[in-house]
Unconditional design. Structure first.
Lengths: 151, 151
DNA sequence: TTAAATTATATCGTATGCGACATATATTTG
DNA sequence: CAAATATATGTCGCATACGATATAATTTAA
C-alpha cells in the first residue's frame, strides 16, 4: 500500500536473520564457556575436528568469513594450544592450521553442546530441513552450489 | 552414524544462520554507507521511521538486542542528528527516543535500499514467506508469539 | 514509611567482523 | 629474466554484541 512498506521491519528478511543469529549465539555462549571457546572459535574448531588440517583460505571459504576476522582468532586458538599454525613449505604464502592433541581432546567435551541444544524447541525436523535449505540458498547466492556443507 | 555427527558444520542450524546474517549484512553495508548508517543503525532507524517515538526498552524488545548494545549506538545517531534522546518526565528511568526532521528526511533516501536489494536472487516469494515464518519461530522460541513483526 | 526489591539505563572489558590498506610470496608476461 | 599481476596473509581503525556489574529512579512491602 504505502510506498514506505519495504522499510518496515516486518517486511525484511535480513532483520530476522540477524536477530535469529544473535539469539542463537547468545544461547550457545554459556555452554561454550565450559570449553573456553567463543561461538566463532567453536565453528573454527568444528572445521578442525572434521578436517584435522586446513589452510587459512580453506577456513575463510568454509566459514564465509574474511581472513582478517579469522587471523587474530586463530592466534588465540593457538595460544590455547587447540591448534598449530605453520607456513606451508611448498607455498610460503599459505598458512597450515592443524589440530593439536589438546584440540582433539576438546572434541569429546564438545559433543555435549549440540546434544544439549537439540533439546531446545526450535523447529520440527521437517522445518529444520527446509530452513537449512533456504539458508544455504541465501549463503550461496550468485555462486554455483559446490559447497559440501549443503547436501 | 558417527557419534560426532552432531559436531559437523553441515548438521548445524546455527552456523548457516550466522553465515547468512554475516553475508546479508555485508551486502547491505555499501548501500547504507550512502546514508551514513551501519546495518544496526539502519534497523534502529527502521523502527524510528515507523514509530517516530519510542523508549529504549521498546527498541531492545523490538530489535532483540541488549540495552548495552543500543546505548552507544543511540548516542551516535543523536550526534548525526537523526534522533533526539530525552528523559521521560513521568518516569525518569525511561529514555524517550524521537525521530528528528533530519532523521525523517533520511527515510526518503532509504527506500532505495530495500528496493535495490529486492533485485538480488535470494529466494522466491514463497520461499521468503516460509523462511520468515521459520525465523520468527526461532526468534520467539519459548515465548508467546505476541510479536507484531511476525504476521 | 522507609528499607528491600524491581526496573531502566549506563559503564567496562573482551571478542568479533568489516573495509581499507600493506606486505610477502608466487605466477604470468613482455 | 625482470616487471607486472595475482594470491594469501597481516595490520589498523571503527562499530557492534555480549556478560558482568554499577547506578538511578520507582515500586513494593514489612
Amino acid at each position: 500500500m504505502d510506498k514506505y512498506d519495504p522499510l518496515l521491519l516486518k517486511n525484511q528478511l535480513c532483520f530476522p536473520t540477524y536477530a535469529a543469529a544473535n539469539k542463537i549465539i547468545r544461547r550457545y555462549q554459556p555452554l561454550l564457556k565450559k570449553l573456553d571457546l567463543t561461538y566463532t572459535q567453536y565453528v573454527v574448531m568444528m572445521v578442525m575436528w572434521e578436517k584435522e588440517v586446513v589452510n587459512e583460505k580453506d577456513l575463510v571459504n568454509r566459514l564465509y568469513l574474511q581472513a582478517n576476522t579469522l587471523n587474530p582468532l586463530l592466534k588465540k586458538l593457538k595460544e590455547k594450544e587447540y591448534l598449530s599454525i605453520n607456513k606451508d613449505k611448498e607455498d610460503k604464502r599459505n598458512l597450515i592450521i592443524a589440530l593439536t592433541s589438546k584440540g582433539r581432546d576438546l572434541k569429546e567435551k564438545a559433543i555435549d553442546v549440540p546434544l544439549s541444544l537439540a533439546q531446545e524447541p526450535w523447529l520440527t525436523v521437517e522445518e529444520a530441513k527446509e530452513y537449512r535449505r533456504l539458508l544455504y540458498k541465501i549463503i550461496n547466492e550468485g555462486k554455483e552450489i559446490e559447497n559440501e556443507n549443503c547436501d
